[in-house]
Design a protein around this ligand. Structure first.
Ligand code: GP9
Ligand code: MN
Length: 636
């Protein structure tokens, strides 16, 4: 054994090996240094974002792969240009990190193309930008400064220059391997967090688990893909049909409830995960939502009102009720189209000299709200930073404290005002049962549905107190209240709990869809117009209905005024629809007769309806992708 080793070593040309290593190192210091420095900086920033002990293993693969992608591209350049390219990219990475760090300090989020495009860098930041930039942030630029002399020297250093073919081959191989590794990590995330890479709703999460470079690459890709769609010219006849469709509420034959809100305040409340099955329902002999039941009875209640959200979830609900346009075909409109022009509810109220404010107790940048509310022309957005975080229940500030503090703010609002409030505590997975307080859910104890009932019972109590206070202090004498749920509470993977709670045996897709309602009621001063309206309706119809009551322009809405239209299809983003008589379920291409619950075959009329539904969705996509409202509003 020993002589085999001694033979090996005697033959092995140790000197030659050392020379090879020395030359390799001298010829590639720029790449080696870039790889080390970029990895250290990006890992360090990742650790800064991690709320608990940082595990580099969770991010090292995509993070290094993204850096190697850049190194692969550098092989396309000759030596000197390669060194300059890597040096510049080292500066770019440092600037990304510093900018994200400053933005994160205030918004607890990362900068995006949308943020930059809408100039909402630190808009509304109470402290000046300088307070947010810390000296230590510039350590991320230290290497850039220290290596200037080395960089200048190294560029002059004689290195053997690979031919273009060899450099291209290196580029191709290294890029392919790094994209494979990085792409696989992104694929895994897209499985683990469906929709996240297209909606980008949790930018911090993407950066933490893919690395900051991948996050910015994905953000730029999504923004570019959306922009590209806008270059496709729309034929004139299509633009005409879009405008006709948008103006569907301008020449209606009736004018019921027109102008009854003139000069009054509008208080619109979006309730987190308020699904309709809890209204007037009981668990273990107790009412789940006693307060909302009481207010439903004092209001005009729409008991066949559907949520129409898609990947944008809560933000889609807001988008639908504030703009009467459909959610994005994929991704979240609040992220993808925050640079668009809208004829939003806040804008039109603004034009009527209303004070308009959005109020929500969670991070300002979550769902890109701080950017989107600017695009929707809200005068103010009172996000998390505007409240004393003196009590948390569920995801953040408790509904109790949020609604109390919101009330204090509203009392100071100049009238008339449009206040849009979004609650938070009853948020999936409803696990803050301690915070929700005691509420006996019988044998549902410990189940998701049971915890949800506790959560919504808690939210109901806070909403009851809030509405009662508004009534008591006279604020409702001159205000109309619209309250609705944002989306489902019980997800599909727990739907059997809901079927059993509702005593539904052998459920069909129709049963599932009929449960996808959220309550919506409109309260008028002195409890006027109270009653139940069974009309099939959806979140997209809120704005036209409000516009009619408050004499707002109604030229750019795809929803229908519920007081002056009927039998209009309620359209869902996946192409399903209902008109109150028939339900079409797109994923099985099946029609149901709602009364009998039976499947029915497609008729000519139903086929025509289905194609009209798809046109409506296409119109909405074209409006967003081509930012058509900017064009139409400019022409006005
Ligand atoms: C966060 C809250 C929840 O601000 O609106 O959003 P969701 O997770 O329900 O879409
Ligand atoms: Mn929600």
């Amino acid at each position: 054994m020993n002589n085999r080793f001694s033979n090996f070593f005697s033959k092995f040309n140790f000197k030659g090996f050392l020379l090879f290593i020395k030359n390799f190192f001298l010829n590639n210091i720029d790449i080696i240094l870039f790889l080390i420095l970029a990895t250290v900086k990006l890992l360090n920033f990742d650790e800064y974002l991690s709320p608990y002990p940082f595990k580099y293993k969770l991010v090292i693969k995509p993070l290094v792969a993204s850096i190697v992608c850049i190194i692969a591209i550098s092989f396309l350049f000759k030596n000197k240009a390669r060194t300059t390219f890597l040096y510049i990219f080292d500066i770019v990475i440092s600037l990304f990190i510093i900018a994200d760090m400053v933005y994160y300090r205030y918004f607890k989020d990362l900068i995006s193309i949308g943020v930059i495009r809408n100039g909402v860098m630190l808009g509304g930041v109470k402290s000046s930008v300088s307070d947010l930039i810390k000296l230590k942030d510039f350590t991320y630029l230290l290497d850039v400064l220290i290596f200037i002399p080395l960089f200048m020297l190294y560029k002059k250093h004689k290195r053997n220059q690979l031919s273009f073919i060899k450099r291209f081959a290196l580029f191709a191989v290294v890029l392919a391997v790094s994209i494979y590794v990085d792409g696989y990590q992104m694929y895994k995330m897209s499985i683990d967090q469906p929709g996240l890479l297209t909606t980008m709703y949790n930018r911090v999460y993407i950066s933490r688990f893919l690395g900051n470079l991948d996050y910015h690459a994905l953000d730029i890709y999504n923004a570019a893909a959306t922009k590209l769609k806008s270059f496709k010219m729309l034929p004139n006849d299509e633009q005409k049909s879009i405008q006709t469709s948008l103006a569907r509420n301008t020449n209606l034959s009736t004018q019921n409830m027109a102008g009854i809100g003139k000069g009054k305040n509008l208080i619109m409340i979006q309730v987190e995960a308020l699904q309709q099955f809890v209204i007037n329902a009981k668990v273990d002999g107790q009412e789940i939502t006693p307060n909302l039941n009481r207010w439903v009875n004092k209001s005009l209640y729409f008991d066949n009102f559907f949520y129409q959200v898609a990947a944008g979830n809560t933000s889609d609900a807001e988008f639908l009720t504030n703009n009467s346009l459909y959610p994005a075909a994929s991704g979240a409109a609040y992220n993808l189209y925050a640079g668009n022009t809208y004829s939003s509810m806040a804008k039109e109220f603004d034009d009527k000299n209303y004070y308009t404010a959005a109020l929500h107790g969670y991070r300002e940048s979550f769902w890109n709200r701080n950017v989107m509310y600017k695009a929707e022309k809200f005068d103010d957005f009172y996000g998390e930073k505007s409240y004393k975080i003196n009590e948390t229940v569920g995801l953040g500030l408790s509904d109790k404290s949020f609604l109390n503090q919101a009330m204090e703010k509203m009392q100071k609002f100049s009238q008339p005002y449009f206040s849009f409030l979004i609650t938070l505590s009853s948020h999936y997975p409803y696990d803050d049962v301690k915070g929700y307080g005691d509420f006996n859910v019988g044998d549902l104890e410990g189940t998701l549905t049971g915890n949800y009932l506790k959560g919504i019972h808690y939210a109901d109590a806070q909403l009851g107190t809030f509405l009662d206070k508004l009534e008591k202090n006279g604020m409702l004498d001159n205000s109309i209240v619209v309250l609705y749920g944002d989306h489902y509470a019980i997800p599909k993977d727990h739907i059997n709990e809901l079927y059993s709670f509702e005593h539904i045996n052998n459920p069909t897709d129709l049963d599932w869809y009929e449960l996808q309602k959220v309550p919506m009621f409109i309260h008028f001063p002195k409890d006027a117009y109270k009653g139940v309206n069974h009309k099939y309706s959806g979140q997209i119809d809120v704005y036209p209905t409000v516009a009619n009551m408050f004499n707002l322009p109604k030229n750019y809405m795809l929803g229908n005024d519920l007081f002056n239209t009927s039998n209009k299809p309620i359209i869902f983003r996946n192409g399903s629809f209902t008109d109150g008589t028939t339900f079409y379920v797109s994923w099985t291409n099946t029609y149901y007769d709602i009364k009998s619950g039976k499947q029915i075959s497609e008729t000519k009329d139903l086929k025509a309806k289905k194609s009209q539904v798809l046109s409506n969705l296409q119109y909405s996509d074209d409006i967003l992708n081509h930012n058509l409202l900017r064009k139409y509003l400019r022409k006005k």
